[in-house]
Every structure is written in structure tokens, then in C-alpha cells.
Design a protein around this ligand. Sequence first.
Ligand code: NDP
Length: 498
Amino acid sequence: MTTAGPTTLVIFGASGDLTHRKLIPALCNLHRKGRLPQDLKILGVARSAKTDAEFRDSLFQGGVRTADMGPSPEEWQAFASRIFYVQGDVASAPGLEGLQAKLGELEALADGNGNRLYYLALAPSLYEPAVNNLGSLGMAREPSSQSSGQSSGWRRVVVEKPFGVDLASSKRLNDLMQAVFSEHQVYRIDHYLGKETVQNILVFRFANTIFEPLWNRNYIDHVQITVAETVSVSQRGDYYDQAGLLRDMIQSHMLQLLSLIAMEPPSSFDADSLRDEKVKVLRAVRKIQPQDAHSHGVTGQYQGYGSEPGVAAGSRTPTFAALRLFIDNWRWQDVPFYLRSGKALAEKTTEIIVQFRCPPHLMFPMAQGADLPANTLSICVQPDEGFHLRFQAKAPDTWFQLQPVDLEFHYQNAFGDQANPDAYERLLLDALTGDASLFARNDEIEQAWMIVDPFITGFTADQAPPPAEYPLGSWGPREADAFIQRDGRKWLRGCGGH
Ligand code: NDP
């Protein structure tokens, strides 16, 4: 793992939203913290014509200027001097001639032997031509010494989600990537894995002894994972109407969270050991038949979705889904994992709630026959990152009245305001240093599609009922409540909720 030697980060799609709002602000922060390799250059590529100065100005106006705790003018100047731009079209090999010439100039000092990280910040339809053209121009080739750990002249590629739209298309894309790059060169990004709280799940589980003995079917009743957004699809109607909630959220972010919660401890903290264990979990998730999708989940659509710009009239695309998954292994047999996500919901939150089993016998008179809430552990991924452990206490000055109370850990209190960098800072740095632990491997992506595909097929079949409507600002359709109530459970709020 190294960045030794001059390195160029080539961002394809450099005039786009992701580059302006996420990549450049994250790189600028890394620069300010002194974490970027000293000789790193950033080269933006897109079809529009721009000078280096115009590109730098557009990046400053487009994301950096408005960022919280943005850079001082001096810091920006120093960072901006690393940034260059070249006009290029990834869809054709001749369209990349200008890029090759510019790379030649930037790498001249490295005897043409500089490292390159290609970042595909492009619409997914451009991944295939981009990868093909990088391959046909010999731009993916790296010295054979790379596999033996030598450090100069490496080539890596970062691919943004969505990685395919189903199992078949993700396999095609993986095959294409592997015809041009080796797996060790490919970094499939899921920005959830760059979040501090998500990485902290690993530390929480595997650097402490008090929870792991309870982390199984003997003590855990069920797990809920909720990713709720308050925003509607707004300007992304075109994309969203094709994708829908299950592809956009469940196949990627939510199954990543599930695999971290449910995985066995890896033997060491290297990328493949970690990813091997995640893949084992995804493999063990019970696959359903499409005709059974409605027994294992519900979908919803917020009122007014059909009138959003870019959305087809009468669209049946779900903007909400709740699923129940089982993991067929010794640790988790018969423990349901409920996944719930939606747009235009009441609150923005990402949380994982582990509900433990109730005590086998209650001796307290006030609690007998009462509905005693079980212990819960809530992992709040956003917005208020932290952990809450809920347990029963005796309410003061009562005859053994029980009251749930929380033990809480908040990142902000423990580590201060600066504690949580944006996920892209972690991920960009890891891609530059060659640590793929927080990136998805090809088999992980394919296993995730194997879980989600039958749900999508079942929910969108011609004879399937349409998604249930729900009001904006609610917690989704009533059908989602009925779905979990049929299992004798209810949706829980752990982080700031009750
Ligand atoms: P945008 O549409 O904002 O940007 C796309 C960029 O691609 C533009 O710079 C465009 O510039 C460039 N482009 C288009 N065609 C070509 C071409 N043939 N050759 C070279 N450049 C081209 O998209 P986003 O930045 O929003 O998204 C990029 C990717 O990141 C997508 O896959 C998206 O799903 C993913 N993503 C985005 C997130 C976000 O917050 N925006 C979050 C997570 C993932 P020009 O027209 O000048 O060529």
C-alpha cells in the first residue's frame, strides 16, 4: 500500500455535480490536513472546453467556497496549483488523445512512470466505453512488478455506484472491467463504507468483548436497518424512475450495512479477509422466489411522485420499500433483518437497531403482563452519529415501575466538531494508497444483486399490485406497519426517536 512516486488523479466527468460537491472539497480538505501525496496532481476531463484557470474557478465557486469550514484563500491557491483540466470524450479513443498528451506532460518528470488513479465520475452508461477506451489505448496496463508489490507505475480505477442494474448487467460490467483491469486495480465505491460510524461498527464489534458474546440468535430477537430521506427525487426523476428504491438504496448501501452487522470476525484487517467475510454473509442470505416478494416485503410511492419532472406518467417505481431477510447460518438462523428505506419521509436518518430478546421471566409486579420493551442497541449512522443502548431502570419514588433509559455515545461529544470527515476523504485516500478494504469486490456486488433481483422482479411483475401510496412527510405506507406487525413487531426509532 503506497503512493510512492508522482501520481495523477484523473477525474472523468470533471464538470459534473459529484466532482464539484464531493470529490474536490474532500481532496481540498485532505490537502489542508497534509494527507495528500506531495506530488499528487489532479487532472479533470470532460467534453466542455475550459482552461485550467476556468476549471479551478468553477470548482471553487461550485463546492469549495460554500463548504463548511472552507479553505483560506492561501490554502485554496496552494491546493488549486495541483489542478489541471483537459477537454476529452471518453466515449471515443481519439477523444482521449488530448488526455494522453496532457498526462505525458504531467508525468514527464517521472520518466513516464507515474501512477494513475482514474475516477469514473460519469453516468453509468459511459463506464463501458470509458473502460474499453482506456484498455485499447494501453492506459490500464501497469508494470508486471505491480502484482509483486512494487510501487511505481500503478494504474487503478474507481467506479461509482450504481454498478449495473441487475445481476446480468453487473456481471457484464465486471467481465468488461476484468478484461481491461485486474481485480486488484478496481475500486467500486459505496460511500457508506467511508462513513466513520459505519467503520466504527467493525471496531465496536471486534475491538470490544462485551457485545460479541450476545451477537447471535440466542440473544438477538431481530435487527432493523432504516435509511430514511426527507428529500423527494426532485431533479433526479429521470435517473430515479429507472432505478427505484431497491436498486438505489438496498442493493448497495443497506446490504453493505447488513453485511457489517452480521459478518464473522475476519482473521486479519486486510481487504480480502474483510471482504471474504462480507461475501459469506451475503451468500447466506436466503434468496426468495419473485412470486413470494410480497410475503417478504412491501413497496410504496409518495403522493405526487408521478408528477415529478422526468418521471413517467403512471410510473410504478417504488420510492419506499420494507423487506425482511433471513441469514441461513448458525449465528443468525431465524433472526429477521428488516430493511426499510424511503424518500420524502418524516426524517432524515440512517440507523441500525438491534433488538435483544426479552428476559425469560419477569418478577417485578408492575411489569407482569405489561408490554416490557426489550433492550435495544441503536447505531446512528447519520445525522447524529453515535450509539444508544437502551435498558430498563427503576423510576425513582415508585413501587418498581420500570422505565427505559439510554446509555449514549455521541461522536460529537466524544471527539469534537472536527471528528467526522466526509466519507469521500477516507475513500479517496484509500484508493490513492491502495487499500481496498472499504470498496466492494466483484463477488460482493453480484451476491447483492442475487438478493435484490427476485424482489425487483416480483414487485414489478405485470400482475403485481402497485406500490402503496404514502403522504409526504410520513413514515411510509400503512402497509409497511401492517407488514412488521404480522410478525408481532413494530418499527423502532433509536436515534433521537422513541
Ligand atoms: P453529472 O451529470 O453532474 O456529471 C457528468 C459529467 O460527465 C459531466 O462533467 C459531463 O461533462 C461529463 N461527461 C458526459 N459525457 C462525457 C463524455 N463522453 N466524456 C467525458 N465526460 C463526459 O453527474 P454526477 O456528477 O452527478 O454523477 C456522476 C456519477 O457519480 C454517476 O454515476 C452518479 O450515479 C454517481 N454519483 C453521484 C453522486 C452525486 O452526489 N452527484 C453521488 C453518488 C454517486 P461534459 O458534458 O462537459 O462532458
